[in-house]
Design a protein around this ligand. Structure first.
Ligand SMILES: [Zn+2]
Length: 518
């Protein structure tokens, strides 16, 4: 009798036991991943390749092509399979390379400026020399007084921003208290930008568009913007579409240089400059992704795909190191580790280095449109049901401290188990929150499980999209850990019995501001 009741009890307990054991983590494999990733890391070599060797990778530029070709070759060397550079989406801005930038103030005294042109703006007519005119404009009506006076002139744009002393440390990591707050957050919003004045930004933007139209009509020779913080010029792009007339040559000056010229002019001291900017526009109508994989080996599951990715494009000022060579090399290193260990994943593990993220997720959107969801009908394509999860990195060089659930509560118990072997690396926080602004959103919006890790900020806020985003910004020890954790996550996703759970489908909301936007 006793025996029977024990086995009845066992049968009764079985489903519960299976549930709690469902994350059958292979600790032997985690050990090997840690050994390979921490003691035999290739992160430094990959970092050098994608930053110093390749250079900046503005979407559609020659550097972008060089980056794609480097990544393809490297993936082949590392033994990834089905490696390819794949067309993702049309790019309506086309190619733009900066060939030369020289800018100096020549009166009242000589000083040269470290600066960079706004992407997709035009060239100066050789070396131009002349007086700088301050455009003192606070509203559209102020433009009237400059009519007929700007032809061939170097124009200093007004700037609302002044340099504020900053008492924050240059680099930072999450404190235990901040991580606890993240883990206890019940709302999905990221909680940043609460003081952000959207209306003011829109008014400012509308005025800038009016000014730039005015300058075009008046025939100004060069525009000087204030951009960035601390002696670091930012990089950005003009509102340009293939076929448009080339926008007026335009330079981003560091806030101090812009400020100096502005103050001199307001004291009625004439400022003269000499500037030579040569930019090349060319046909580059397509955004590409670089893709490679370790094919699955399970008869039934090998057509299912687990993905890891990051965007390979950057701005043109630095070498796009933290944003986002760091993500690319972590993903490449993660797959290298698995390849080196000769893993035989049940599902296929596929890496994608996305193009055109900075201009609006072109690469990842192109991929989802091509393989997963028809962009017109929204009908699921055959690969949709074989999609088994996506992991993205795009928050700089800081180490992983945990993961965003992206509101997918079903993932919490799974990630809890997966993170356990990494608690001693400081990576154990799970938050319900969404994190936004990059390529995992393309998958999330398509209803698929797409995730990004919580990362220490390090110097991200200060350096991203600037000339300072270079190899020096990379924290190699952090990136090594990230590769180890990513390798383990994609391995777990490729080995588990069932795919990662999608968010349960909901009835479409009437006024669906929150609904999926494609
Ligand atoms: Zn980025």
């Amino acid at each position: 009798m006793k025996k029977i009741s024990a086995s009845v009890l066992f049968l009764f307990m079985l489903p519960l036991w299976l549930m709690s054991q469902s994350e059958n983590i292979d600790l032997g494999m985690i050990y090997k991943i840690k050994q390979e990733g921490l003691k035999n890391s290739k992160i430094e070599e990959l970092a050098f390749g994608l930053t110093d060797f390749v250079g900046p990778r503005l979407t559609g530029s020659t550097g972008n092509t060089r980056g794609n070709e480097w990544a393809k070759k490297k993936m082949e060397e590392l033994g990834f399979q089905n490696v390819r550079i794949e067309a993702a989406k049309n790019f309506n801005r086309g190619g733009w390379d900066n060939l030369k930038t020289y800018a100096a103030m020549t009166a009242p005294y000589y000083v040269n400026f470290a600066c960079n042109p706004v992407a997709w703006t035009g060239s100066t007519n050789g070396m131009i020399k002349g007086e700088v005119m301050l455009l003192d404009v606070k509203a559209e009506g102020d433009l009237e007084k400059y009519k007929g006076k700007l032809s061939g002139k170097i124009v200093l744009m007004p700037s609302a921003s002044t340099n504020e002393v900053n008492y924050e440390p240059l680099a930072s990591r999450y404190t235990d208290a901040q991580l606890k707050d993240l883990s206890m957050a019940s709302s999905s919003s990221q909680g940043r930008r609460q003081n952000f004045d959207f209306a003011a930004m829109m008014t400012q933007r509308a005025l800038r568009i009016k000014i730039s139209e005015f300058l075009k009509t008046e025939g100004a020779a060069l525009i000087l913007n204030s951009s960035g913080t601390y002696n670091i010029p930012g990089s950005n792009g003009a509102n340009y579409k293939t076929g448009d007339k080339e926008p007026i040559a335009s330079l981003n000056l560091p806030i101090e240089d812009h400020g100096r010229i502005d103050r001199l002019l307001r004291h009625n001291i004439p400022v003269e400059m000499e500037v030579d900017i040569q930019n090349k526009f060319f046909d580059s109508p397509t955004v590409y992704n670089v893709i490679g994989e370790i094919p699955g080996t399970d008869k039934l599951l090998k057509n299912e795909v687990v993905m890891l990715g990051a965007h390979i494009d950057s701005w043109h000022g630095g070498t796009g190191a933290a944003d986002n060579a760091s993500g690319c090399i972590v993903m490449m290193e993660a797959l290298r580790i698995l390849k080196n260990l000769d893993v035989a994943p049940r599902r296929t593990i596929r890496i994608a280095l996305w193009g055109g993220e900075e201009q609006g997720f072109y690469g990842s959107t192109g991929y989802v449109d091509k393989y997963l969801v028809d962009p017109q009908t929204k009908a699921h394509k055959p690969d949709y049901d074989k999609f088994a999860g996506y992991f993205n990195m795009d928050n700089g060089s800081g180490k992983y401290r945990g993961i965003y659930l992206q509101e997918n509560e079903l993932m919490r118990p799974i990630f809890e188990e997966w993170l356990k072997p990494f608690a001693d690396m400081g990576c154990s926080t799970i938050t319900i929150r969404n994190t936004s602004g990059t390529d995992h959103l393309t998958f999330d919006r398509a209803g698929l499980p797409g995730f990004q890790f919580i990362q220490d900020e390090i110097e991200y806020g200060r350096t991203y999209h600037t000339t300072m985003d270079t190899y020096e910004r990379l924290v190699m020890a952090d990136l090594k850990q990230n590769a180890v954790i990513t390798a383990s996550f994609v391995y777990n996703a490729a080995m588990r019995n069932v795919k990662l759970p999608e968010k349960p489908a909901m009835k479409p909301r009437q006024n669906s501001e929150q609904g999926p936007r494609m």
